[in-house]
Design a protein around this ligand. Structure first.
Ligand code: ATP
Ligand code: MG
Length: 174
């Protein structure tokens, strides 16, 4: 095992919601092409740390356990693309206050523990297709996919030629 781990914090959908997101991804793939994310890999990133020395992982877990945040609901109603259509995503129309607070508190805790994070505004999204060829024709994803978010995870990403594989290193309830 390498001495460093590529890690991030994220919210993970239930298996049922992941299947529903995956079905929308398959519909989008018909026109946008690209590679569909496996249902078990679908997630909404809160904070991306990149490579962290493994001996510091308990510090990340300690920060997470101190984050006081409440459960919330979002509805994935929007769909779009970034990076020349290579990434196709679903996203909520608005960032509810509890999600904004969760992300802000988590990032503040990580920074004060000495971890570096990129700045920039937070754009919550679930990547559903990679290496697509065109943007979704519609900006609206049907009636939206409701998501009751009640926990967040610390995840290690192992990047493989056919897509990343993720390993959960901890989960904290909201
Ligand atoms: P791959 O990069 O192999 O195609 P991936 O993007 O899923 O797969 P990672 O690059 O390890 O795997 O990223 C893990 C998660 O963190 C993804 O949700 C990704 O969008 C997000 N992420 C990666 N880099 C950044 C970054 N610089 N800023 C914010 N989020 C990031
Ligand atoms: Mg990536």
């Amino acid at each position: 095992m390498s001495e460093r781990a590529r890690v991030f914090f994220a919210c993970w959908p239930s298996p049922g919601l992941a299947r529903a997101i995956h079905r929308q991804a398959l519909r989008l793939q018909q026109s946008c092409k690209g590679r569909v994310m496996r249902p078990d890999t679908l997630h909404m990133t809160l904070a991306f740390l990149g490579d962290v020395e493994r001996h510091r992982l308990p510090e990340l877990q300690a920060v997470a356990s101190r984050v006081a945040a409440v459960p919330f609901r979002i509805s994935l109603t929007r769909q779009g693309s970034w990076h020349g259509h290579r990434i196709i995503w679903l996203a909520p129309e608005e960032v509810p206050a509890p999600l904004d607070l969760l992300q802000t508190k988590l990032c503040a805790g990580l920074r004060s523990a000495g971890f570096q994070l990129e700045g920039g505004s937070y754009k919550p999204h679930v990547t559903v297709l990679r290496n697509a060829r065109s943007a979704p024709a519609e900006a609206c994803c049907g009636e939206g996919l409701g998501w009751a978010v009640d926990a967040f995870r610390l995840v290690e990403s192992q990047r493989l030629p056919d897509g990343a594989s993720y390993r959960t290193l901890g989960e904290w309830p909201l």
